[in-house]
Design a protein around this ligand. Structure first.
Ligand code: NAP
Length: 505
């Protein structure tokens, strides 16, 4: 083994305050993430979690609910019983409306008593796990009541997605945040960036000298970034119908991934250097014009169909809570052109959809064909590809040409595969674990900056405007359980490329 292990980082003593602690995200993701951090000894001894929500309940009742969540979402061993008790001892609850002063009076008292009891040194991390319209109430009230002041310790805030609905609302949210917090205190969470394989893109590129020389327009034909979900809108139609695939997935997760793939190597791996390089990518993206959106973007809605097991699935318009006649897209594909020396002429195709054939998130770099093929029968040769699997089965595959065994020179495509689970074994940390830990440490490398957010919304506005103006026209559709609308192929056909069906196989 030749491991290069950085020293383990442990945060300062602190309190994590979760607003919206009675909600789905806390139950399914945040609490299990904090538990795992605690279980692995990644939290300081002086640590406490305080939940805040309007639901009236005692701390005991809150702890009981959290215990249920752990039983449901975490694999607990027999030896964990005492640890769960100890963990829940550090959990408190404040019931109150995030808009009311009274809530913050109670919270202040609770935090002071925790500081005294546990020595959490007035260090606070506030997590806004509430619907987006409540973010501003929390920020304003933390400012008004002095709970955002860094008089005796540090204060940070985590803001969940969606960060804005369009450029104007994102700007307005940034302005409001900056009235109370400085940029280094704000952690705009994008759980995709906490995924192991997304972080591994930079390690793969920059800790090996053999890939980076190929990572440019001389060798790469095009890049495909796919995030396909097999599920429909599930219980989140109320939110999803106001958002759609472009806002929900492309503006944040997939454009972040594109930036990590396309960015120049930063001189150091720290928040400022990485953020600067990611922003430079967006600045180099060729702006879209409203009149030409049809040439670079496709949207569609799923209609009824069958999932991979042959089970019938309703169309989007038949899903519970979806308004009749909704024109919200459940599939979106966009071709980005990056006007810089590294990527000139290399399209980045980004697509996402619900109720697709299979759940898969991948990044594929398709390499150029050799300039001259000396082997007969090579016309049908598949180009070499490098595929980074974000989920499921996190890993990296390289597909390239090889000779079939035998007396004739016959070419075939072969794969070299690296699978995280096979190699490293054990459990990969959930994205929220990594991101919460980073925030408690104060490392903003994996979080979106205000200028990145505004630039990404700015780039997508012509598409949103064109789609909104075209709402009276027919929305393309695709059968549930398929790989999306035929219209999406037109994006590729124009360039004589095809969607990487390898992900579909
Ligand atoms: N759930 C997910 O999988 C997921 C994934 C990605 C991002 N997110 C984002 O994470 C955040 C939380 O998600 P969630 O699914 O947990 O949301 P949620 O269940 O709808 O809401 C969380 C909590 O916020 C409180 N709340 C709701 N409406 C409120 C209002 N008008 N004023 C004050 N408090 C209100 C509710 O608690 P009380 O009624 O007790 O106050 C609720 O339990 C959202 O921004 C969401 O977009 C969620």
């Amino acid at each position: 083994m030749n491991d290069f292990l950085a020293p383990e980082r442990v945060p300062d003593p602190c309190v994590l305050v979760i607003f919206g602690a009675s909600g789905d995200l806390t139950r399914r993701k945040l609490l299990p993430a904090v538990w795992h951090l605690s279980r692995q000894g990644r939290l300081p001894d002086a640590f406490a979690l305080v939940g805040v929500a309007r639901t009236q309940m005692s701390t005991e009742e809150f702890r009981r609910r959290l215990r249920e969540s752990l039983n449901e979402f975490v694999q607990l061993g027999e030896a964990d019983a005492q640890r769960v008790d100890d963990f829940l001892e550090r959990v408190d609850y404040v019931s109150g409306d995030p808009a009311d002063d009274e809530t913050y009076d109670q919270l202040r008292k609770k935090l002071s008593s925790i500081d005294e009891r546990l020595g959490t040194s007035s260090n606070r991390c506030y997590y806004c796990s509430v619907p987006p319209q409540v973010f501003l109430d929390i920020v304003r009230q933390l400012g008004n009541t002095g709970l955002a002041a860094e008089d005796d310790g540090w204060v940070r805030i985590i803001v969940e997605k969606p960060f804005g609905h369009d450029l104007e609302s994102a700007r307005s949210l940034n302005r409001s945040l900056h009235l109370v917090f400085r940029e280094h205190q704000i952690f705009r969470i994008d759980h995709y960036l906490g995924k192991e394989t997304v972080q591994n893109i930079l390690v793969f590129r920059l800790a090996n000298s053999m890939f980076e020389p190929l990572w440019n327009r001389r060798y790469v034909d095009h890049v495909q970034i796919t995030a396909a979900e097999s599920v429909g809108v599930e219980h989140r139609a109320g939110y999803y119908d106001t958002s759609g695939a472009l806002r929900d997935m492309i503006q944040n997760h997939l454009m972040q991934v594109m930036c990590v793939v396309a960015m120049e190597p930063p001189s150091t791996f720290d928040a400022e250097s990485v953020r600067v390089e990611k922003l430079k990518v967006l600045k180099a993206v060729r702006p879209f014009s409203v009149g030409k959106v049809d040439q670079i973007a496709v949207r569609a809605q799923y209609e009824d169909g069958e999932d991979a097991d042959g089970k019938p699935c309703p169309g989007y318009l038949q899903e519970e809570d979806v308004p009749a006649g909704s024109r919200t897209e459940t599939f979106a594909a966009v071709e980005f052109t990056i006007d810089n020396w590294r990527w000139q002429g290399v399209p980045f195709y980004v697509r996402t959809g619900k109720r697709m054939a299979r759940r898969t998130s991948t990044i594929t770099l398709q390499f150029k064909q050799p300039p001259h093929l000396i082997f007969s029968g090579g016309d049908n040769l598949r180009p070499s590809t490098l595929t980074i699997r974000i989920q499921p089965e996190e890993g990296i595959s390289l597909a390239f040409s090889g000779k079939r065994p035998g007396p004739d020179v016959q070419l075939d495509t072969v794969d070299m595969d690296f699978c995280y689970a096979d190699h490293f074994g054990g459990r990969s940390p959930e994205a929220y674990e990594t991101l919460i830990l980073d925030c408690l440490i104060g490392d903003g490398t994996l979080f979106a900056s205000s200028d990145w957010i505004e630039k990404s919304w700015g780039l997508l506005m012509p598409i949103l405007e064109a789609w909104s103006a075209a709402s009276a026209t027919q929305m393309p559709s695709y059968p549930a359980g398929s790989w999306g609308p035929t219209e999406a192929r037109a994006l590729f056909d124009r360039d004589w490329r095809s969607w990487e069906e390898a992900v579909a196989e």
